[in-house]
Structure formats: structure tokens, C-alpha cells
Design a protein around this ligand. Structure first.
Ligand code: KPL
Length: 303
């Protein structure tokens, strides 16, 4: 049973100090929220944050070591999809059933993992199209304002919702709360399932995918995802997914996708949680998705 006492001033813990995590910490600082970044090794390091209007702000974010976190009510995980479970396993001794967990990453498949690990905790899934870039450990640049979509993954007490939603809504605005967040997560998944592997495989900036020679691949990938989504009850037209992809290609034309960067810097990619998630759902539903399957194999070879 979840605690019904509304949390008026929740203590926030943000895992890591990646670009989006750093931006959330900066917003917490500006809003006067009680927050800490959970990091591997304790260090108080000053950061210069350049906001979207070009104004620089100096701050020393609050940090504590992940092995010994300060108390928290709400745990935000702006990490890679494959880091979610290991982080929660590490934090398990400090997580009480009433603590709220918020997932914020590319890809899908972690909700199922978290539910097994922490079956009773209130869980929020979120996706954002905010842009942030960390040229080095001491600098953070806000590169784009984007919409954030959020939703609870189980029935939670109304008082809890009413106390938490306005607090989170201010972190990455504008934000929209969904009754069923899965549709928003699938739509974002389709964007990542096209842009991330294609830019990584062909070594491109996002904007280069606007070239006509990629349009058949883009349609094929979206057709398969639309079939899987529709079979799951999220009726969507493939053309709508293609249009969303094209909008992001244009809006982020000058950026390299996260998967492009992961391959470039020889890091693990999130392919298992992006096209890999599409293929595993398709297998369960007996739907053929050869284009997504091929992208998984090609990225695996590059990894
Ligand atoms: O989320 C992204 C990523 O790079 O992971 C997109 C939307 C593709 C922007 O680059």
C-alpha cells in the first residue's frame, strides 16, 4: 500500500550528472528544490550552465555518493536504458516502497525490468526532446527547448499525484501528463528507431537523413513499428510516424544522435532498448520486422 501523505517538499535524487541530469539539477537549483546528484565518487565541482538564451550561470551542484545517498523521496533516472536496472539494484537498500521512481531515457523495456525489481513503488515514465550538451565536466549547454511527456504507470493516490506533478512539470517545461504514457513512449521510440541507428551506421548528422536516398528506409522502419503499435492497441498511421521523424531530423539537423556518438566513442549503445524492443514485441505478436532486425544486427556489428 502506498503512503497517502502528500509530499509537500520532496527530496529529489538525480542519478548521474549527464547532460539532461545536469539540466534537471540546474532547474532544481533555480527553483529552490531540495536535490542531490548521485554520483560514483564524491566531488563538489563547479559547473557553468549556459541557458538557451546564452546567459551563463555558475553553480556547485549538490552531490552525494551513490553508495551512501542522502535521504530522498523521488529518484530521477536520466541515464542510459541499460543502466537503469544496475543502478536500481545498487540503490535497492535505500529505496523504500513509497519512494517514487522516474524513468527518463531513450528506448523502452525498462518499465518491465523495474516492475520486477520494485513491484510496489510509484513509477513515472517520461520522455523529453530537450537538448543539452556537456562539452566537458565543468560546462553544460542548453541547446534546445523541447516538450516533456510524463505519465504514472500504476494507479497512484490522487493526493500524491497532486503534490508531485506540479513539481516535476517545472523541471523540463513545457510538460504534458498522460493518462497512458505508452503511446508517447512508442512515438518517441519510432523517432529513435529511425534516426539513431541510421546515423550511427552511415556516420551522419541527423539532418543528412533528409536526403531522399534514406526515405525508403525511413518508411520501412516506421511501417513495421506502426504494425506493432497497432497490434498493441496504439492505432497509428505509419505516415504520422514518418512525419514525426522528419520534424526531428529538421529540428536537430546539426546534431549527432546519441547512438552515433556511442559508436564513435566506442560505448555501448541503446539498440537493445530501441529497435531491439521493437523486434522483441514483434516476436511476441508474430509480426515480421526485418528492417528493424537488420538495424539491430548492423549496430551490434559496429559496437
Ligand atoms: O533522442 C535523440 C538521440 O539522439 O538519442 C534524437 C531525438 C534522435 C536527437 O538526436
Amino acid at each position: 500500500m502506498q503512503d497517502k501523505t502528500p509530499i509537500v517538499f520532496p527530496k529529489l535524487a538525480i542519478v548521474g550528472k549527464g547532460a539532461i541530469g545536469g539540466l534537471i539539477g540546474f532547474k532544481c537549483h533555480q527553483l529552490g528544490y531540495d536535490y542531490q546528484h548521485l554520483i560514483k565518487i564524491q566531488q563538489q565541482q563547479a559547473v557553468t550552465v549556459t541557458d538557451i538564451s546564452g546567459v551563463s550561470h555558475n553553480l556547485t551542484p549538490h552531490t552525494s555518493v551513490i553508495a551512501e545517498p542522502d535521504q530522498f523521496d523521488l529518484l530521477i533516472l536520466p541515464v542510459k536504458a541499460y543502466q537503469v536496472l544496475p543502478v536500481l539494484v545498487q540503490l535497492q537498500p535505500f529505496i523504500q516502497p513509497q519512494h517514487i521512481i522516474m524513468l527518463l531515457h531513450n528506448g523502452m523495456g525498462t518499465i518491465e525490468q523495474v516492475r520486477k525489481q520494485l513491484p510496489n513503488n510509484p513509477l513515472i515514465a517520461a520522455t523529453t526532446s530537450y537538448g543539452a550538451f556537456k562539452p566537458d565536466v565543468n560546462r553544460l549547454i542548453e541547446t534546445g527547448l523541447g516538450q516533456t511527456h510524463l505519465g504514472w504507470l500504476a494507479n497512484v493516490d490522487t493526493a500524491l499525484k497532486q503534490s508531485i506533478e506540479p513539481i516535476l512539470s517545472k523541471l523540463l517545461p513545457p510538460s504534458k501528463w498522460h493518462q497512458d504514457i505508452n503511446l508517447a513512449l512508442w512515438k518517441k521510440l519510432a523517432i529513435n528507431a529511425v534516426i539513431n541507428p541510421l546515423t550511427a551506421i552511415h556516420n551522419l548528422k541527423n539532418g543528412e537523413l533528409a536526403d531522399i536516398k534514406y526515405s525508403t528506409s525511413i518508411s520501412n522502419i516506421c511501417d513495421e513499428i506502426a504494425k506493432v503499435m497497432s497490434a498493441l492497441g496504439y492505432l497509428v498511421d505509419s505516415a504520422e510516424l514518418v512525419e514525426n521523424v522528419q520534424q526531428v531530423i529538421t529540428a536537430t539537423a546539426n546534431n549527432y544522435s546519441s547512438m552515433h556518438q556511442d559508436i564513435k566513442f566506442k560505448r555501448q549503445t541503446e539498440i537493445a532498448f530501441i529497435n531491439g524492443y521493437v523486434t522483441s514485441k514483434a516476436t511476441e505478436l508474430n509480426i515480421e520486422v526485418p528492417h528493424n532486425l537488420r538495424l539491430v544486427e548492423q549496430v551490434r556489428r559496429l559496437e
